[in-house]
Design a protein around this ligand. Sequence first.
Ligand SMILES: NC(=O)c1ccc[n+]([C@@H]2O[C@H](COP(=O)([O-])OP(=O)(O)OC[C@H]3O[C@@H](n4cnc5c(N)ncnc54)[C@H](OP(=O)(O)O)[C@@H]3O)[C@@H](O)[C@H]2O)c1
Length: 333
Amino acid sequence: MKAVVINDFGKPSKFSLTKLSTRELKPGELKINVKATSVNPVDTKVRSGQAEAFAPEFPAVLHGDVAGIVEEAYEGSPFQKGDEVYACAGGVKGLDGALREQMIVDQKLVARKPERLSMKEAAALPLVSITAWEALVDRMNVQPGQSVLIHGATGGVGHIAIQLAKSLGAIVYTTASTSEKMKIGQDLGADYAINYKETTVEEYVKQYTDGKGFDAVFDTVGGGNMEKAFQAVRNGGQVACIVGSGEHDMTPLYVKSATYHGVLMLIPMLTNEGREHHGEILTSVARMVDHGVLKPVLDEESFTFSTIAEAHNRLESGKTIGKIVAENDLSQL
Ligand SMILES: NC(=O)c1ccc[n+]([C@@H]2O[C@H](COP(=O)([O-])OP(=O)(O)OC[C@H]3O[C@@H](n4cnc5c(N)ncnc54)[C@H](OP(=O)(O)O)[C@@H]3O)[C@@H](O)[C@H]2O)c1
């Protein structure tokens, strides 16, 4: 079977086409004919060696997000041949990635794909939707009427988080670097958009919360932005962060008696703990998509598996709006 692999960490030029053998299914597994994947920052970080701790063995098949059609299901599975499914199910230590013709996955991580989306659109959703869900629903338990600040309006995670927070009944605030991106955030449902290059945290906390701070803040950026998230939360409020690197002073949270939530959505894949919940989240997300309350935004540039290096370059350029997707063209090569 054809696959795109890396044999070493480094630049996107490290991707190469190869042939890999397949294997028999084990109980609880599905074989999926891969139709599309999307690029997430964890894929570029694993490829470059920045996230070596999460990397699969060489030759490594990267990419967690997959949309495709079930080719084979182990006896007794709730899925059957021909089902259209989507998942974030591999591309990390111990698990097959999606950049191949067929991917063997744990069925607990899988859900039926939203009916109204193409394979390409569906592949954009799994990793970012699970992340937004874990932060806003599982950890911060966002309630109707709460003020929720979401950093990164047009980022992969941010653009889904806006829609999810809105569907939970929150008053949603979001940050972006340009007026075009602010408008996209508002079109997705944010009540207010803030240009983070032109407005200080102190200014927008004063303008929107009378200086008190937001009930919940979702930092999808990390680095220096985490301090901004700590500054923006109210006394007794909550902050969820998805980027763990760097050193940060927690005093600003302590003096507000605010709660910090660290979210790492890879844990079920890496440890085999809590995988059912990811399948359940994706089932709920598919329902939301089919009811018209959530949709992926795709970047204006799209790619194929044979141009995956360019897809990684595009994500790393920082010019992306929404998600970068790649369709599987390996059978034509
Ligand atoms: N822990 C987890 O489970 C988990 C899950 C998913 C993602 N992540 C991590 O979360 C991060 C975001 O992922 P993503 O898929 O959303 O990435 P992305 O699509 O590249 O989006 C990045 C977002 O960050 C914003 N941004 C960049 N620099 C900024 C700055 N200095 N101040 C404020 N905003 C800034 C961008 O906004 P502008 O374009 O307007 O600047 C953009 O909206 C990545 O580091 C990824 O590895 C972690």
